[in-house]
Design a protein around this ligand. Sequence first.
Ligand code: ATP
Ligand code: MG
Length: 420
Amino acid sequence: MIQKPRGTMDILPDEVGVWQYIEKKAREVAAKYGYSEIRFPTFESTELFARGVGDTTDVVQKEMYTFTDREDRSYTLRPEGTACVVRSLIENGKCSDTMPLKLYYIINCFRYEKPQAGRSREFFQFGTEMFGAAAPQADATVIALADTFIREIGIKDVKLHINSIGCPNCRPKYHEALVKYFSDNSDKLCDTCKERLKTNPLRILDCKCPECKAIASDAPKTIDNLCVECQTHFDGLKLVLDNSGIEYEIDPHIVRGLDYYTRTVFEFICDSIGAQSTICGGGRYDGLMKQLGGPELPGIGFAMGITRLILAMKASGVDIGADDAPSVYIAPMGTAATVRAFELVEKFREAGIYAETDLVSRSLKAQMKYADKKSARYTVIIGDSELESGKAQLKDMRNSTQSEIELDKIVEHVLAAIKE
Ligand code: ATP
Ligand code: MG
């Protein structure tokens, strides 16, 4: 038997409802905030991620699905969406459009990671990006969008953590303090972090191994080392959030896994879903557009892992209800009735009503069993005598009552009945 690749998933018909629900809500909430959808390729030049995500990040160093095509070009299955959106805006000349630009996407992403609950190799993100707005109100808007969406899909028990990681002005001083601190403790760091100490010490703060986490917890904090502009920006964000009653916690330990972040970073954390508890991660990336060859244009966004959202919805006891049951099941007996039944179900569908008839030559008894299993609201049996008289019995399965109706008027009749 051929099996799906490790770390991927099939989403089967009885599970797809919650995915569709999340996607629909994502589109609705994004629209309320004036975001438009953007779609872009599943694979991009490897260089886009090396430069855009940062070549000292775990994503680029360890997690990318990179391949060469038949002409030896190096491509990578997108591990995230932000760099792709930036590439697309630059390439399509959108950077001089009216600002702010607000975009969202619902995509699959690929990272070579150790599969576990809430972590897979092909995973799905709902992401948003806003460009051209540097003010703290923009950060607050993005956070409010994420917060609204998370609440609207029924997730409870979620905490917003925010932090500021400064900008290229304040980073050198912080960098120095960090290198000093970790150098004094380097014997306790994991091998990867010993390497990170030389290449990108900020990454050590994001290490998942317990020893490094313990040392990192006492490391100098970015918020104690902000320049005046970054401090003012962060204070501005807190003021807007406080004023609109969006609760948050300042978490000096969030740095985010990707290289391009500046100033605001945030996460929404749901503790009831196990170790992979970050359902949403985001932040500001004012230098990214320039770094990828575009104009200097600030940006801020987030991405949410849809599998983690589903886990959090389950933990919150969200019930999105069952799939729709057919309104009508038409059970034909004989060839002529089968032809008429086909015509009738098509008429129902045209009128926006979910109707079914037999497609697998079941006996009448088996058809009634099927209609029952599908929880059909009404059933109609048509045979030769019904065709001849043009009338049939419409049975309401909820109270087992029957009424005689003209076949020619059956659609109007059912329409009126289900509206009652
Ligand atoms: P983590 O620390 O959990 O690895 P990250 O910092 O790598 O997360 P981001 O790159 O910020 O994650 O991605 C944004 C969101 O996408 C995460 O908060 C998470 O919900 C989801 N996500 C990331 N990687 C995976 C994965 N391998 N499987 C499922 N969801 C993922
Ligand atoms: Mg990760």
